[in-house]
Design a protein around this ligand. Sequence first.
Ligand code: ADP
Ligand code: MG
Length: 699
Amino acid sequence: MAKYVLAEPIQYLKGVGPARADVLAQSGIKSYRDLLHYYPRRYLDHSSVSRVIHLQTEGETVTIIGTVRSVEVVAGRNRQRLEVLIRDDWNGHLKLIWFKGVKWIQKAFAPGYRIAFTGEVSRFGRSWSMVHPDFDRLDEGGPQLSTGRIMALYPGSARLQGVGLSSRSFRNIIYQLIKTRGLEFPHVLPEWVQQRYRLLDGRVALRAIHFPRSHEELEQARYRLKFEELFFLQLLLRYTKKKRAERTGIRLNGPGVRYRQFINEVLPFELTQGQNDALETIEQDMLSGYPMYRMLQGDVGCGKTVVAVAALILVVDSRFQGVFMAPTEVLAEQQYASLCKYLEPLGIRVGLLIGGQRKRVREQTLAEIASGQINIVAGTHAVFQEQVKFRNLALAVVDEQHRFGVEQRASLVAKGENPHVLLMSATPIPRSLSLTMYGDLSMTTIRDLPKGRKRIITKLLRESRRVQMEAIVLEQLRQGRQAYIVYPQVDESEKSDLKNAEAGFLAWRQLYQEDKVGLVHGRMKGQEKEAVMARFKSGEVQILVATTVIEVGVDAPEATVIVIEHAERFGLSQLHQLRGRVGRGRHQSYCILMAEWRQSRESKERLNVIERTTDGFEISEADLRLRGAGDLFGTRQSGLPELRIAEIPEDAPTLEKAQEAAKELWEQDPELALPQHQAMYTYFETFILARMEGYARTG
Ligand code: ADP
Ligand code: MG
């Protein structure tokens, strides 16, 4: 690649050098672009610094600037603490206290240093203090940069501090870069996009995000950079979709004998409208001659599995093979069982591939997959292994797709020649997120539930009402139904006083008939788990005490009550998934959340949401609001670039605009080859496409 200013290494910038360049590289900062996109964490506005003498309200978050008077490590009853005393410019004193990281934090202070502290203030008698404040040193060596009253503060880490990379050094280095090379920075957004959406010029935005002259300018810079980030993400998604569509896919024949037989004779129920529509769309995709890349979403219990099974039969009718991937062994086993139940009457052979199978069984299965004797494979990650070779794979179904990484999906797809891909997700994806993450795939949603389902009754009970919980469970058992009791951990060894599955197992054996209580958790061997699950499915075991291994997919229609111990410990979508284990048949079902009294505001909010609604879309919106998009829905492993400045869902309106712009651009210039888009394309190619190789191969 030709020399490109934004791609130049930072090492030769004044103030960097080899040692710092190494540490910066470890934090992902290698090129000029990385450095410019290392956005400030906060800004210090000198005009809004508080004075200690004016402090009034405890709990208020303020910034105070002062000079260090003393630094002291005080021996407490249990552990040491660090106390730093400062005096501000109006003669007020403030004490800063740390209980954690005392050793390395104390090195940051010495009498005479000038430092800005931000944090919540509290009062002891007549004096004010802050515990674990954020801080930044303001007077380190080198010339003082006076770029206005708003000063950028950068995210720091022990590692960066170790080589002296403070906020001040970042300001210095970035200042150097902008001063010496700023005029060479390319205009990465086309002129018309910039004008239409009233965006600040790109160069100005980069300067202003690091050295804002006013709050207004800073706001405009943030908006511009968020827009730019989301715009390129949209472009990437469209690009990937286009590349995929250019490939030739496997063209299946229409529905054959077995497909009809399945729908008309084997299935014990009628498909819902949503299931029928989804199936029709999938059929069209697979007859089109292009590779399908579709996401099937729908709430827990809406019946996605059956749709996938029908699609797999379509594949077999055309003499191809299919694979059905599950994230856990428990789920793979179960899918294997239900595939066998549906498919064997049709003369279709199903194989199972999971970890820890006996060598002979495994080798036999591998041989039969390679020869095509096995038509459909159910499996876990074990399917990705190199030795697994298909004769002619035409459809890969990936259940609970967010549990798989990009690389894994890519390796699966590589096992066929552009096979069709059907991704399934039990937790509905909020619209704002589906735009950013899934813009490149086709989306189908099942919105209805099978007839006759009753709304699950959810109750939040405190420890003092344990007896009531037990009574509800026992009553269900007496009526011949089954129960799940879920714990956050397996046993006592994990140093904490949480209730655990092993103790729960013993307790329920005392409360009910011993031989009707089963235990399943992640530390058991595959075969042991299998045996317990089989006994639960057959009804022999009535109470299944478990950890979250049963979280996804497990299907036992006679189970009508699930108790979740320490419900405050679980995430929202996890609670929703767990609750989805009941209410799968005709009977009224119950979900009982056992929770501690004392809990954080966030976990209270979570429990309230779960108690109030069973609508998966509402729950996932709430989850997104409470947790942010971070590790939710597998954003991290999606393989897409991480968002550095835009935030979802907060920036959803900006996202919609960016999407609109990307769409228009694409319509004008589908090859991205017009001269006025040259700079944009170079940037896109250098920084976005080049890093997205793995992603582009996923389908
Ligand atoms: P999910 O979408 O959560 O994966 P499943 O495919 O596991 O849901 O289906 C949940 C339950 O509903 C299963 O027991 C399945 O047999 C049953 N089911 C699926 N479709 C229908 C239908 N159309 N009518 C009645 N029951 C159905
Ligand atoms: Mg499922």
